[in-house]
Write a protein that binds this ligand. Structure first.
Ligand code: GLU
Length: 321
């Protein structure tokens, strides 16, 4: 076929398509959700959010896609820079972003919350044979603190500082990504790794089935001092029996995972995202065991950045705000 006739054919097809759809047909709005490593809880939870949003795509025209990323700090920075529309971030990280505290260089005034999700525990996964019974035992050990951009790296560095442990006190301060940590522990390249994560997580289930592990209690006095006055942190425990061979509860502290965005996200889009989740809350909760205790009340608590206007509209309609 000659090029000109092909072009004419394409134009006719395009016109026919747009005419049959009618002038009111809305443009697709793409929304990207930044999460974490694929074996964590952020990634499947972000997937669950997108699944619910995409179910209503015909009515609202939003197409949601989930991205595996470096974690909370990366997500927050990328939302501020406009590369991500929405992301999951630890409430401590969102707090620091909103207030312009390290690792952030300036106040992220556009940062907004949509809702809070599961509690994440500061978890120190250690090889049983490494004999790490408390925070102080980390001295001289190979410990993964977290990849740059992760909430793990942020929270674990803060913990070390609060407990007077210098990086140079460790035999190794690892920067591996969350997906790489279990293999490194199994291969003895690490004695332990930090993971600020909801439970249960595939990441720890995986290592616990092949290597004897311990979840170290993180409840020394320095932790009490660290939590004191930082209301986004709470004392928490990782229940017994979540992972193969871990038969007692682990005492630690934790923070909420929160869904955040920018004030640049349209009110209508934010409204539809939260509506898709809350109108289908039972379905949402059934999509991952770490989120199955969520309630509308808990999902509006523990937010450290102001609520987005579009989300607020939905909460007011429901009488929750
Ligand atoms: N809290 C972790 C972080 O921000 C991610 C946890 C997860 O992926 O579930 O680095």
């Amino acid at each position: 076929m000659k090029y000109s006739s092909l072009l004419a054919l394409c134009l006719t097809a395009l016109l026919a398509a747009s005419c049959s759809q009618g002038p009111e047909k809305q443009k697709t709005k793409f929304v990207s959700v930044g999460t974490g490593g694929v074996t964590g809880v952020y990634y499947p939870t972000g997937g669950a959010i997108c699944r619910l949003v995409n179910q209503g795509r015909k009515e609202h025209g939003i197409r949601c896609s989930v991205e595996s990323t470096g974690g909370s700090v990366y997500n927050t920075n990328s939302i501020d820079g406009g590369e991500l529309d929405v992301g999951i971030a630890q409430a401590d990280v969102a707090y620091k972003a909103w207030n312009g505290e390290a690792p952030f260089k300036k106040k992220m005034t556009k940062l907004r919350s949509l809702f809070a999700m599961h509690p994440e525990s500061v978890s120190l996964v250690a090889r049983k044979d490494a004999n790490i019974k408390n925070i102080a035992d980390m001295r001289g050990k190979k410990i993964n603190l977290g990849n740059p951009g992760s909430g793990n790296a942020r929270t674990s560095s803060e913990l070390l500082e609060a407990c007077g442990i210098a990086i140079s006190d460790l035999a190794l301060a690892g920067r591996l990504k969350a997906v790489e940590m279990p293999d490194a522990l199994r291969d003895n390249k690490l004695d332990g790794y930090f993971y600020v994560v909801g439970h249960p997580t595939a990441n720890i289930k995986d290592i616990a089935t092949s290597t004897p592990i311990e979840l170290v209690n993180i409840n020394s006095d320095c932790i009490d001092k660290l939590i004191d006055g930082r209301e986004y942190y709470v004392k928490t425990e990782i229940p017994a029996g979540m992972y193969n061979g871990v038969d007692t509860a682990t005492q630690t502290y934790g923070v909420k995972a929160t869904l955040v965005t920018s004030s640049d996200l349209g009110e209508d889009t934010a409204y539809k995202i939260v509506k898709s989740v809350f109108d289908n809350l039972d379905n949402f909760k059934s999509l991952h065991p770490a989120i199955n205790n969520l309630t509308p009340k808990s999902m509006l608590e523990g937010l450290t950045a102001p609520i987005h206007a579009g989300a607020m509209k939905y909460y007011k309609e429901k009488g929750w705000k």
